[in-house]
Design a protein around this ligand. Structure first.
Ligand code: GN1
Ligand code: CA
Length: 275
């Protein structure tokens, strides 16, 4: 069907529209297309035939996960379990009471005739061996304690012996171990010893100072006089009882004269190198 206002054929108009885009006839005239358009109006063509049915769409996305279902009913009671393992053996019971004394046994047979023995000599040797063993045990104990706690300066080791002794025994105990009672001769050493007493949880120990030789003339155990340094507690030495000739150091670092028969712990010192 051709519109009465159109002189060019439908095919010609579509071709032009495709080539030039939508144009008016005046433009077409400028382009010397007056032979194609005889009027100023180009009307749209008729509606085309219905297109073919499209291909089926792609497979849709999976839907969201639904909410959790309601809680199920309580299950049936389970079967009886197997018998458990044997329990641990209990602790050892208390010791039973002592039994009654049994009847005396039959007397033994007569011994063989003895041979002559210089038993006194052997007994003496055994006694000496016992003494040596006791001394070794004591030294071992001392070494074990020394390893556990000791203080030192560049020149000396200091060691508190936690055995209550009077002054003379304390001095002897230090000497048989190769040392002497501690002799603080300057402030640094005095502080080190005081700290050692304090950290050991003690209040006082014997140190190697006394005026046994001459009243008020204090001497160290190496026979040198207490001169340039001392650390007397206020009011000391007071010779309180009239017999206070030996000296203790308290955990403050203060010295106090006490009676030499007082039994307290003591501090030994050991030279690192023999002078
Ligand atoms: C001690 O216990 P007392 O007060 O009699 C001390 C003295 C002191 C005195 C100082 C064994 O004597 O050496 O000088 O305190 N005696 C003893 O107040 O510790
Ligand atoms: Ca005193």
């Amino acid at each position: 069907m051709v519109s009465p206002g159109i002189l060019c054929s439908t095919a010609c108009v579509i071709s032009l529209m495709l080539l030039l885009g939508p144009v008016s006839c005046s433009e077409a005239e400028n382009r010397s297309t007056s032979d194609l358009c005889s009027t100023h109006t180009i009307l749209p063509g008729p509606k085309g035939d219905e297109g073919e049915k499209g291909d089926p769409g792609v497979f849709g996305k999976s839907g969201k996960e639904g909410q959790a279902g309601p809680k199920g009913n309580k299950g049936e009671k389970g079967d009886l379990g197997e018998q458990g393992l044997l329990g641990k053996i209990g602790p050892i019971g208390a010791k039973g009471d002592k039994g009654f004394k049994g009847p005396p046994g039959l007397p033994g047979g007569k011994g063989k005739t003895g041979s002559f023995c210089d038993c006194g000599r052997y007994r003496k040797v055994v006694g000496q061996l016992d003494n040596n063993v006791a001394r070794l045990k004591s030294s071992l104990k001392f070494v074990k304690n020394v390893i556990a706690g000791i203080r030192e300066t560049e020149e000396k080791f200091y060691y508190i012996v936690k055995e209550e002794r009077n002054y003379r025994d304390a001095l002897m105990q230090c000497r048989i171990r190769g040392g002497t009672l501690a002799m603080p001769k300057d402030q640094d050493t005095n502080s080190l010893i005081a700290d050692y007493i304090l950290k050991s949880g003690l209040f006082r120990v014997y140190i190697g100072v006394n005026d046994l030789e001459k009243e008020k003339h204090y001497m160290y155990t190496d026979n040198t006089p207490v001169q340039s340094f001392s650390s007397w507690k206020a009011g000391e030495p007071n010779d309180g009882s009239g017999y206070e000739d030996c000296v203790e150091m308290q955990n403050t670092g203060d010295w106090n004269d006490v009676e030499c028969n007082l039994t307290i712990y003591f501090m030994c010192e050991f030279l690192k190198k023999a002078k």
